[in-house]
Design a protein around this ligand. Structure first.
Ligand code: CAA
Length: 412
């Protein structure tokens, strides 16, 4: 969808992504609850946009607070952020790990239907249980009738099956090199962002660490090791979505914001297995549609935040973007083309593997990183945005290639 009037994003904020890896994380001690994360992210945005009086409405993306936190009715937390949000329209949206992307898509639609400023948030607090129990909660993103056939670690299992198909069709050794480089890039980038879950990671050779850890079905899943996986995370992100009028109200110059060039939301039938495990069909459809609608090619895109819930998802997304032919995404990544100093830097604040994956928050975190990169606010993880490549992209996925949000941005 090309917005029929100008839509901007501004004022992004991320809490830390808390979980194993962070020095502050201690599973035996009490930790902040979901209300803390919503409040911190919400206030982090409000401080940058002149307060809650400037906001018309709000939307919260969340996947499974009902099970991780015994909490539903999330719109009720918007007025808790600031009483200036009381009695305003609030909603929450769910599309599994794509919930944050749906929060952005909903915010964009709010602006197109007459609001001038929407507060878009995404949140998940998952460390309320160990990873193996959390895996059963996250499995809710798959079709429940199929879940009994899956692995105990359901989603690592789904993407292990994709990795296995890729190894068989192409070449396991080449694939593992690409996947290990993906992990190494994630660590390098996360170490530059103080809010990242792997910010404190000091492994001197993450590439070798991942390459040498042979996947082992007895302990985990057959074709992925634990370093191939995104984190179990607590965190929230927020950003303001605004019309031109809304920017004026907030006192923000368009050049300090990003403009939404195109927003595509696509869903694939959850009851059907992927046609081909070596392709992310819905992501490919959505990115190609977005670039066509925006009238741009991948050569004009400077950077992308992509849904690397597992290293293999990163490789398959490189192929879906058309950066490499099918079966060659692994080589493209192994050649460091997606590293921060490569020709197409991706996931520059660490992505889901390095920054963390508070599932319902991830899509919004991606938009915050793109806003920071395009407006020169990314601090130590800033990458160069060449003048002839002014566009950037976010790709957020719910389930196994089911609930997809692709947004193309340029500096306002
Ligand atoms: N309470 C108690 N102990 C805890 C804890 C908690 N909340 N959190 C961690 N710990 C403990 C662990 O039990 C472990 O201790 P032991 O070694 O004694 O068992 C220790 O801390 C280390 O924990 P780690 O998290 O480092 O390691 P792990 O083995 O527990 O988990 C992992 C590793 C299985 C790879 C886990 O990180 C994981 O499940 N990752 C994938 C998450 C995932 O699937 N996300 C969804 C992606 S799919 C997608 O994006 C689409 C969609 O819609 C779903």
């Amino acid at each position: 969808m090309i917005p029929h009037k100008k839509v901007y994003m501004y004022g992004g904020y991320n809490t830390i992504s808390l979980g194993t890896g962070r020095k502050e994380f201690n599973p035996k001690k009490e930790r902040p609850g979901i209300e803390h994360y919503i409040s911190e992210a919400g206030n982090g945005v409000l401080k940058q946009i002149g307060g809650a009086d400037n906001v018309d409405d709000g939307v919260i993306g969340n996947f499974m607070a009902a099970r991780f936190n015994n909490q539903a009715n999330l719109p009720g937390f918007l007025p808790m952020i600031d009483k200036g949000l009381s009695m305003k329209y609030g909603t929450s949206v769910e599309g599994a790990c794509g919930s944050g992307g749906l929060s952005l898509q909903t915010g964009i639609r709010n602006i197109l239907s007459g609001s001038d400023v929407t507060l878009s948030l995404g949140v998940e607090v998952q460390n309320t249980m160990k990873a193996i129990y959390g895996a059963d909660v996250l499995a809710g993103a798959g079709w429940f009738k199929k879940r009994k056939d899956g692995h105990a670690f359901f989603f690592p299992g789904q993407f292990s099956d994709r990795a296995g198909a890729y190894y068989e069709k192409y070449d396991k050794e080449r694939a593992r090199k690409g996947m290990s480089q993906w992990y190494a890039n994630a660590m390098e980038n996360a170490r530059l962002d103080p809010t990242a879950q792997e910010y404190h990671n000091t492994n001197p050779n993450p590439y070798q660490a991942c390459l040498k850890m042979e996947p082992n079905a007895k302990f985990f899943v057959p074709n992925l090791n634990v370093l191939d996986c995104s984190k179990v995370s607590d965190g929230a992100s927020g950003i303001a979505i605004a019309s031109e009028e809304g920017l004026k109200r907030m006192g923000v110059k368009p050049s300090d914001a990003v403009e939404v060039v195109c927003a595509v939301a696509a869903t694939r039938d959850i009851t059907l297995d992927p046609i081909d495990l070596t392709e992310l069909e819905a992501i490919k459809y959505a990115v190609q549609k977005a670039m066509k609608e925006a009238g741009i090619t991948i050569d004009q895109v400077a950077t992308a935040e992509v849904h690397d819930c597992f290293t293999i998802a990163g490789i398959l997304t490189v192929e879906a973007l058309g950066l490499a032919k099918r079966g060659e995404g692994c080589d493209f990544v192994a050649a460091k083309h997606t590293a921060r100093d490569g020709k197409f830097p991706m996931n520059t604040s660490g992505g889901l593997i390095g920054w963390g994956h508070p599932t319902g928050g991830t899509g919004v975190h991606q938009a915050v990183t793109i806003w920071q990169q395009l407006t020169g606010r990314a601090g130590d993880y800033q990458v160069e945005i060449p003048n002839d490549r002014p566009y950037a992209m976010t790709i957020n996925m719910g389930g196994d290639d089911v609930t997809i949000s692709v947004i193309i941005y340029k500096r306002g």
